[in-house]
Design a protein around this ligand. Sequence first.
Ligand code: GAR
Length: 221
Amino acid sequence: MRPLVVSAKKAPIAVLISGRGSNFEALHRATRDGRLPAEIVLVLSNVPSASGIGRARSLGLATAVVPSRGAGSRTAHEARVRQEIERAGAEWICLAGYMRLLGADFVAAFENRILNIHPSLLPSFPGLDVQQAALDYGVRVSGCTVHLVDAGLDTGPIVDQRVVRVRSSDTAGSLAARILREEHRLYAEALRRLLVEEWRIEGRRVLFGPPSATSAASKRE
Ligand code: GAR
């Protein structure tokens, strides 16, 4: 008798990039080796020369380039991005080195279904050049954050974080490289939890587990 194969539904995701795309590749590996019950249905870049797009094509994935430069208004650009995402049937959006702020209308259209990865322990060091900023400040630990996206700059509710120790010998480049290794693990793990576990948002907190279990646990604490 043939074994019964139960295939769990895979979440269709779009990955948005602007450059190298190593986080996109890490997500892709996780979908392939069974760590992430998801399928990348679109890799979209706002930068035509982004090397990650070439990599996505060579992996046989659906890709789209929607240049932001010369696109006119942000609203016009986002309308085109949204069209591509909807056409691909994506239900989740992973920003992976996508260097653009998303407008309130776009965020509302995919409420709590857009994730971003950022190379610092938010709320410290949002924005750009964050490893140099962390070194200049003299912090002893940095790391990375996966958060749900709102219309602010790196401000949405935090899903998970990983800590990376800063070394005396660190340059922005060496720190970025160690953080990136953690990013590659964290992104798939954080998305996996959102896909397979029960969760909700209370205030700014992303709480996992059934409401009764969480409130019983918090009463015991
Ligand atoms: C990653 O370190 C990611 O966290 C960062 O850009 C890099 C992209 O690398 N994103 C941000 O700074 C967004 N605020 P990748 O293209 O190799 O994934």
